[in-house]
Design a binder for this molecule. Structure first.
Ligand SMILES: [Zn+2]
Length: 280
């Protein structure tokens, strides 16, 4: 569930608290988190090293430790990283203690979150290149780039947006929001979009992610900031999770249906359904 704005919110809040600190201990309480790497191997690689930088790529939060040791954390469905979690916090799967006594806790009720290790800058780059396309808030996410990604693709445009190897960091919420802003139906074939529509979509992806970042991410269920506070973007959704509510542009009730295997929300007056997909 956490997408680019949620992970980036965590990164921005944690970076000043962890950068420059030494990882005193890394305790993996649930070995599934880093499988197939043994928890002891992960601890040995990271303990005693200075965290030089906390970075992000797509939905990965990357702890860059000295000597090019990288811990890549993925929150998946329900993961969150708390700074000095209150006593009694449930579902703690990993504890990282810093040399100043503060503790990061990776909490994750559904246990889909992961921790992976990359040794060396080249290994990190290879790991990321294999899994992720361009960063949508970076300079490479141009209309031309997105247009080329869509050509000859029969998949629905929403499926393309969700494919991390094409656009890194966009998930269900921001795909729904961006398609609504661009007035493009989620089931429209990617390859059938005109250049002008792709330009509108590129801008809408950026605008949706920026809005999410500005609100500190969306907390629909488990996502929290490192201090336990919820994000506020769920109060600003234009279309996501607004089934039956009036479209903010034209007043038509928002519809919910499945696209790309995910719960999808759209105003079918503003976002015209492609003909082949029209319901009888
Ligand atoms: Zn509408």
């Amino acid at each position: 569930m956490p997408e680019l704005p949620e992970v980036e919110t965590i990164r921005r809040r944690l970076a000043p608290l962890v950068e420059g600190r030494t990882l005193r201990t890394l305790e993996v309480l649930d070995s599934k988190w880093c499988s197939p790497i043994a928890p002891s191997e992960l601890s040995a690689a990271l303990e005693g090293r200075v965290v030089e930088r906390l970075s992000r790529r797509g939905k990965y939060l990357i702890c860059e430790a000295e000597d090019e040791v990288y811990l890549l954390m993925h929150l998946r469905m329900t993961g969150t990283v708390l700074y000095d979690a209150p006593p009694g916090t449930l579902y703690v799967r990993v504890r990282l203690e810093l040399d100043d006594g503060h503790v990061l806790s990776f909490c994750d009720p559904r246990r889909f979150g992961t921790g992976e290790l990359a040794l060396g800058r080249d290994a990190l780059q290879a790991f990321l290149d294999e899994r992720l396309g361009v960063e949508p808030l970076g300079p490479d996410f141009t209309t031309e780039h997105l247009y080329l990604q869509t050509r000859k693709r029969r998949m629905p445009i929403k499926a393309l947006l969700l494919d991390q190897r094409r656009v890194a960091g966009v998930g269900n919420i921001y795909a729904n929001e961006a398609l609504f802003r661009a007035r493009i139906h989620p089931l429209r074939r990617a390859g059938a979009l005109k250049r002008g529509q792709v330009a509108a979509l590129r801008d809408a992806v950026v605008a949706s992610l920026q809005a999410g970042l500005g609100a500190g991410g969306a907390s629909i269920d488990d996502f929290r900031h490192p201090d336990g506070v919820k994000g506020a973007f769920q109060d600003e959704f234009l279309v996501h999770s607004r089934e039956g509510a009036p479209c903010t542009v034209c007043g038509t009730p928002v519809r919910k249906f499945v696209a790309a295997g995910r719960g999808t929300y759209a105003c079918e007056a503003c976002q015209t359904r492609p003909r082949a997909q029209r319901s009888p």
